[in-house]
Write a protein that binds this ligand. Sequence first.
Ligand code: KG4
Ligand code: ZN
Length: 339
Amino acid sequence: MLFLGIDTSCDDTATAVFRDGRAVLANVSTNQDAFHAKFGGIVPEIASRQHLALLSAAVQDALERAEVSFGDLDGIAVTAGPGLIGSLVIGVASAKALAYATGLPLYGVNHLHGHIFAPFLERDEDPEYPFLALLVSGGHSQLVHVASPVDLRVIARTRDDAAGEAFDKTARLLGLPFPGGPGIDRLATAGDPTAIPFPRYRAERGSLDMSFSGIKTSVRYFLETPAGRAARPADVAASFQAAVVDVLVDRLARAAQEQPYRAAVLSGGVAANSALRAACLAWSERTGVPLLIPPPRYCTDNAAMIAAAADRQGSAVLADPRRLAADPNLAFALQPAVA
Ligand code: KG4
Ligand code: ZN
């Protein structure tokens, strides 16, 4: 099976060509950061206009790099949601037009499922089911019980900010450019993660939910104190990062204690974070639960993961090219296919 993948859920115009469930023949991502950086965050209107300007060329580019043409493809996989409505619409409308014109089957994929299948890219084997997924991105932070490619259940989520959002907001407090995760990650390497004891959120008994806005607010208040003004930014970055990582690894560990998993995956943009990767790998070594983490290029938004999800989910995400609609609030659970 040869898929063209398209993802325009947020601010990356991403296309990919994906073969036989594993091989990424082309992975094109046109980063729009330069257009959004001066606003300190993603401006939805700019994102959708950029997708419109870039997407046709990005599709062409992926096909050329993979050295295939539309006639070689078996399907088109596109992110149907969740995401920014204006951004999603561009990808979905383009994919529908391409599917309609070529007669290729169209697959409407949940962006978050894409992140969950990202660790499968370019690997010899899939992890065994059921596996536990820790999905941490700019818009979401959740733990997912993956019983099969089409049976995915959220077992815990953040009650406020996503982990990536907390990184971005804290980076802003430290004067780092958007998106802030990579900047904090770099700065933290020179800092002491125990320098400032930022709070770790504990949910009530029986809940694995997370929260990150309190950590971010503590950083803000701390920076306004005399000690905060005197603190080394690297120490603040490292201490903030340690607090976020502690909460995430604590929930991963507790979820895996509650029920046995054959494997775990770490995915989403924040999975590129070096401290989080190291802490999750240490957990995996301690417990013997195999952990898969995609390389950083597949942690952040990409279209290869969307094709990988379509490949695994097959008919469950097959869509009618006349009917598929972009849905900014697309439900996480797959709806039973309508006969
Ligand atoms: O998955 P993604 O590319 O887009 C969404 O679907 O949200 O995630 C983007 C998020 C941003 O918040 C960015 O700051 C964060 O991932 N991120 C990182 C790192 N690289 C990207 N956060 C922490 N450390 C990193 N190295
Ligand atoms: Zn994403």
